[in-house]
Design a protein around this ligand. Sequence first.
Ligand SMILES: Nc1ncnc2c1ncn2[C@@H]1O[C@H](COP(=O)(O)OP(=O)(O)OP(=O)(O)O)[C@@H](O)[C@H]1O
Ligand SMILES: [Mg+2]
Length: 269
Amino acid sequence: MQLYFKGSSRGSAAFTIQGVQPENSSPIILAENLTKVYSAGRVQVQALRGVSFAVEPGEFVAIVGPSGSGKSTLFYLLGGLTRATSGRILIDGIDFASLSDAERTRLRKHRIGFVFQRFNLLPTLSAMGNIEIAYEVSGRKEPMDRAYLDHLGDILSIRGRLKHRPSELSGGEQQRVAIARALITRPAIVLADEPTGNLDSKNSDAVLHMLQRSNQELGQTTLMITHNPEAASIAGRILYMRDGEIVRIETGSRSGVEKAPASASAAAV
Ligand SMILES: Nc1ncnc2c1ncn2[C@@H]1O[C@H](COP(=O)(O)OP(=O)(O)OP(=O)(O)O)[C@@H](O)[C@H]1O
Ligand SMILES: [Mg+2]
């Protein structure tokens, strides 16, 4: 599938890119009765208490809930970064538990782009180095698309900051570098934990706009954890979590960013 991802904020380039939406429409993510118990000494914390849901290819799903409700725990399980205490996760119909560590790592690197709540940038590398190494470990054969990186850099307003190390960047800049790092490989699945948590409204709009465009134009399946109801409203579906469970599911408006922010549109034109 050929799709067009138009222009940078400097207005010139147009990108012809390969869509990532799989042909069939069986769930790309299936979570079945997930539980997670953390043991810290004698204390046990039940972080997830039986979470089940399915995500279709190309969906944009927001996960909302109070602090401590298990959102990041779910993020780690869905990304194959932690094992569930019980229950199953299928990505593209493949059960994580059936894979060896090496196979699980490969699936993760090929298919999933992560935006971590605490960014997880490597401190000794520049922002550019962080993006490049993520591209390298993804195992993509073709060289990194520099024009696409410029495009991400423009929309996320980090182009002039890429030579700096994380310690020389503001929290919001680090967050936007982490988003560029997740998107540079054009992953089939984007998992983003509070991607606007450290951003002012202008940059928050730009990030949401970027995630929404990636979702719509690349067919990326996107799961975004957020505390921000406006951010959640751009999703097609919103899952509400409380005390380790999904307690409500709503349909999102999907219109919050498209209509509203002059700032994001200006950044993206
Ligand atoms: N490694 C761990 N060891 C023990 N308990 C943990 C661990 N990680 C998380 N928890 C606990 O599990 C529960 C869920 O944590 P989680 O990080 O998933 O919440 P969250 O919804 O992401 O919260 P926030 O919005 O603050 O990021 C919390 O009670 C937390 O204290
Ligand atoms: Mg969290």
